[in-house]
Design a binder for this molecule. Structure first.
Ligand code: HEM
Length: 559
């Protein structure tokens, strides 16, 4: 009883502490604790502050770019930020706004790593891993991507008897991003064809005593990450069989174990000077060993387990995010043919001949493909892989917000990318804006509400809810709002792999539109209403990252 009474007292105290900040919402499950991984698909319902799909609509309803709430379970006061200025303060100051480390522990599968650490420990990981992300790595990534895209195209053309093919985008993008990372990350070039029928290959492997081959282990670990995080460790050693659970645990265990064996071998081989392939893992091992030698000690460098953990986290951070972003981008190109035409025009001007297209280099092409990059960024604005990131406040401070009021009643428009009401039509001229300051205390949680920021019309204009790559193109009269785009987060804890990811994505999209026309699936070809197409094709669910669930498009080869 005492615990319950203390809980109620703490909850009421937290609610009162929210003071003048609009919102005062009550959250029933803290969305950044493991329980919400289980409840997330069904709870909370749409329209609640803590449901992803609400985007900016709750802020519009409350007339504020900062909202407050308290979570029932842990009574932590939470402040939700869809304000570009407040978010800039948060991302710039990693000491006051610390990562919510508890929310990341599940990703310490092989040990601590860059994504899951803070302070001096984080710096140590960054010192070793950061310098490897440079132009040399991006050029390598570009050339590996070119090779794999070509293999993918050949597979598409071989399979289809006529010039058209229906493509399962999610599975194709999962495969290509996996092969790119295997190649640029580990120096393991795996032909496209050998990764088909993975499920059957995993089953066959479990029946044998052999260590799972590298690319199967790699694909399976990424696929089973959720299982690994959710299945308690005792389930791996149960003396009896439990339907589904025992099989899942066995596959998961075999894959994670095998990947570690392969990583150990690759590290050893890099140390012995073996393997002539340039790749990320090799760079990390050599950088770490060189630092140890220079220091004359292992202090300030990484253990082998930490090296594995970092390389694995690069896979996790980079694989699904890139695959899903590309799937959404290709779907959007099918739904917006005028954007596709504009993109193709740019690509044709950069690669006018067959020769320039085939031998395109990173240096010679990437910076010229400005609209292509804008398509990727706009896709990530509309579908950010990580829609929300929590931070824990380390000292009392104030955050700037905007209260706004429309002189006309805001009308709810159904222009969402997922079928639910997401945005309120606001005419900026009709809005009265007042700046205000929100006092935040040590121990509170602030939520970087990235999706809401991306749909905030005060930042992106009244067409914030529309897919328009021009949002990211500067003109004489427009400079795109750098602080309004947080798909890669920003500041010192921003994405280390941002340029790595955009290199591959730009390369894939540019090659794709040069060779194929992208169309909606045949059964939707007669649908003229764009909103209807968006509702049908741009469905998503929440997983480790935002995941498309109906990502199919038709590719028609140009003759
Ligand atoms: C479209 C693709 C990608 C998106 C949208 C994306 C997004 C993000 C975001 C939002 C964060 C901040 C996460 C947080 O604070 O918890 C992050 C961090 C990170 N990302 Fe990415 N990422 C992408 C691709 C990649 C790739 C390809 C790599 C590596 C090869 C990578 C490596 C990392 C790492 C290491 C961090 C942690 C940085 C730190 O905490 O200091 N990401 N990414």
């Amino acid at each position: 009883t005492k615990v319950a009474v203390d809980g109620v007292v703490a909850f009421r105290k937290s609610l009162a502490s929210l003071g003048p900040c609009p919102g005062h919402h009550i959250i029933y499950v803290n969305p950044f604790r493991p329980l919400s991984m289980v409840t997330g698909l069904v709870f909370p319902p749409r329209g609640w502050l803590s449901h992803y799909a609400q985007k900016f609509s709750v802020y519009a309803a409350d007339g504020s770019t900062i909202l407050s709430s308290v979570a029932v379970g842990d009574a932590i006061p939470m402040y939700w930020l869809a304000d570009a200025e407040a978010l800039k303060v948060v991302t710039s100051d990693r000491h006051t706004f610390r990562k919510d480390i508890e929310a990341y522990e599940v990703l310490e599968i092989y040990g601590k790593n860059l994504l899951t650490t803070e302070d001096d420990e984080w710096r140590r990981h960054l010192m070793v891993t950061g310098p490897s992300f440079n132009e040399g790595l991006y050029a390598l990534n570009w050339s590996k991507t070119l090779l794999l895209v070509q293999e993918w195209f050949e597979e598409i053309d071989n399979k289809s008897k006529d010039a058209e093919s229906l493509i399962d985008l999610k599975s194709s993008m999962d495969q290509i991003t996996l092969l790119i990372i295997a190649s640029a990350g580990f120096g393991m070039h795996t032909p496209w064809s050998s990764t088909s029928n993975m499920h059957a290959k995993v089953k066959a492997n479990l029946l044998s005593d052999e260590v799972m081959p590298f690319h199967i282990a790699l694909g399976t670990t990424l696929q089973k990450l959720f299982t690994k995080v959710l299945i308690p460790s005792f389930a791996y050693n149960l003396p009896f069989q439990v339907p589904w659970l025992s099989e899942e645990a066995k596959v998961t265990n075999a894959a994670f174990g095998a990947l570690k064996i392969h990583m150990s071998e690759l590290v050893l081989s890099a140390r012995m000077g073996g393997g002539d392939e340039e790749n990320l893992l090799r760079r990390l091992v050599l950088a770490n060993d060189a630092a140890q030698e220079a220091e004359g000690s292992k202090k300030g460098t990484l253990t082998d387990d930490e090296l594995f953990s970092n390389i694995f986290i690069f896979l996790v951070a980079g694989h699904e995010t890139s695959a899903h972003a590309l799937s959404f981008a290709i779907l959007l190109l099918a739904i917006y043919p005028e954007v596709q035409d504009k993109l193709r025009k740019e690509v044709m001007s950069v690669w006018p001949t067959e020769e320039s297209y085939k031998n395109a280099t990173f240096k010679g092409s990437f910076d010229k493909l400005e609209y292509t990059l804008a398509v990727i960024r706009e896709t990530l604005r509309c579908f950010p892989a990580e829609p929300r990131l929590p931070k824990i406040v380390q000292e009392d401070c104030d955050l700037p917000g905007i209260r706004f009021e429309s002189s006309k009643p805001a009308s709810s428009v159904s222009t969402s990318f997922d079928g639910g009401p997401t945005n309120l039509a606001l005419s900026l001229d009709d809005i009265q804006q007042t700046r205000f300051s929100v006092p935040i205390r040590k121990g509170d949680m602030v939520v970087m509400d990235i999706w809401a920021l991306h749909m905030n019309p005060l930042v992106w204009g009244v067409d914030a809810h529309e897919f328009k790559p021009e949002h990211f193109i500067d003109t004489d009269t427009y400079r795109w709002p750098r602080d309004g785009f947080l798909a890669f987060s920003a500041g010192p804890r921003g994405c280390l792999g941002q340029r790595f990811a955009t290199t591959s994505a730009v390369c894939i999209l540019a090659r794709l539109v040069r060779r194929y026309e992208i169309l909606v699936p045949e059964n939707l070809a007669g649908v003229k209403d764009r909103e209807e197409l968006k509702r049908r094709l741009l469905k998503w669910t929440t997983g480790v990252t935002l995941t498309p669930t109906n990502a199919f498009a038709r590719f028609r080869k140009f003759q």
